[in-house]
Design a protein around this ligand. Structure first.
Ligand code: SF4
Length: 392
């Protein structure tokens, strides 16, 4: 009987997982979450597979708090069952309350065993927000308050990953009056390195990339000021949105099901928070299916990866545009689609000639008098050509 844990390659071989499937997973990892792993982005999937394959399977202990289990679902509900199977062969998911058959005392024993066998080495994944008010009144695990369980397990972990918006900063349970005092993990486990992977749900490949980087290199990826890995959260969705050309051209869906919506135009006017939401959803879709992400299926981004946006800001309220420099010819966002107002028409007439074409573009930025008065006092309803949102 071997004393040492097998490497990922050895385990995959024992489990009968084909090399081809493993290399396919590495390819997805490289695309979905440009694997750091001390390899350049030019590294081939084969090279990534070589590095990852030599690592020991990282032990993962997964705890649930105030959650809906959607973050677990996103990891397991891949479009092809073999992908979920593969993920569970690459990491060693030693404790997961939803997936394991044990319950009651057996479950507690399983948690103790998972911690003892990997003391100080396992990655703790937390799903759900932590209730901090009235110790134990809102949530208990095996008779102990949730807060106590998190602290006990957290201090024995090597690193902690807050999976999803609830674990990152409170999410749904923290919205509104926040009766349970729901908060994120990093405000409690201040002594431990905590990686936040907000999202409702988050992309599972981001989790896999973080855990594998830790397993192969013994370190966590570079984080931003909100403890999110830069490889996945360094840009706003708007930067890489496939509808961005429509935004720049002033083509907006105005109502669900209208012509603009059917044509796949920009969803900003329907409340899309893509311009203020840091996430990689626009380039890394879900379930290994192209276009499976909110904007891809015609739904505005709700900003679920941003603290204070999702679950706090009304869905139809338009986001404030910051740092976006629209082209000189950007039409006003509230200009009726396909119409040129009377002032614009007059302008075109006045300067018709050699500069007629340029004037036409500029004229499209001008609203009619009726439009100006209609937008006054409407904080979410007009954007100036310089990209700043007007209103009170
Ligand atoms: Fe895409 Fe939303 Fe930006 Fe429009 S506002 S381009 S739909 S991210």
């Amino acid at each position: 009987m071997r004393n040492e844990k097998p490497t990922i390659s050895e385990h995959l071989k024992e489990a009968g997982v084909s090399r081809r499937n493993f290399i396919q997973l590495c390819t997805t990892l490289m695309i979905a979450a440009p694997v750091h792993l001390s390899l350049t982005r030019k590294a081939s999937a084969w090279e990534v597979a070589k590095v990852v394959g030599k690592a020991k399977r990282p032990s993962v202990v997964w705890l649930h708090f105030q959650d809906c289990t959607g973050c677990s679902e996103t990891l397991l509900r891949t479009s092809r069952p073999d992908v979920a199977d593969l993920i569970l062969n690459v990491i060693s998911l030693d404790y997961h309350e939803t997936l394991m058959a044990a319950s009651g005392y057996q479950a507690e024993a399983a948690l103790k065993q998972a911690i003892d066998e990997n003391l100080g080495k396992f990655v703790l994944v937390v799903e759900g927000s932590i209730p901090t008010k009235d110790q134990g009144q809102y949530m208990k695990l095996a008779g102990r308050p949730a807060l106590q369980v998190l602290k006990e397990v957290g201090q024995k972990a090597a690193a902690v990953v807050a999976m999803g918006s609830c674990a990152s900063w409170g999410g749904v349970p923290s919205a509104g009056a926040n009766p349970t005092g729901a908060t994120g993990v990093d405000s409690i486990l201040t002594e431990k390195p905590v990686v936040n992977l907000p999202g409702c749900p988050p992309n599972p490949y981001n989790l896999l990339a973080v855990v594998l980087e830790y397993a192969t290199m013994g370190r966590l990826p570079a984080l931003d000021e909100k403890n999110r890995p830069k490889f996945a959260y360094d840009r706003v969705i708007h930067d890489h949105c496939p509808r961005r050309a429509h935004f720049d051209a002033g083509r907006f869906a105005r109502e669900f099901g209208d012509e603009g919506h059917r044509q796949g135009w920009c969803l900003y006017r329907l409340g899309c928070k893509g311009p203020v939401t840091h996430a990689a959803c626009s380039t890394r879709h879900f379930n290994e299916v192209p276009d499976v992400w909110p904007i891809g299926i015609g739904s505005p981004c709700v900003g679920c990866t941003e603290k204070g946006i999702a679950f706090n800001m009304p869905i139809f309220q338009t986001a404030e545009l910051r740092g976006i420099t629209p082209p000189e010819a950007l039409p006003l966002i509230n200009t009726p689609i396909g119409k040129v107002g009377p002032i614009a028409a007059g302008m075109v007439g006045a300067i018709a000639g050699g500069i007629g074409g340029a004037a036409l573009m500029a004229s499209r930025r001008l609203p009619t008098g009726k439009e100006v008065s209609a937008t006054k006092g409407s904080p979410d309803d007009h954007t100036k050509p310089d990209g700043k949102t007007g209103g009170d």
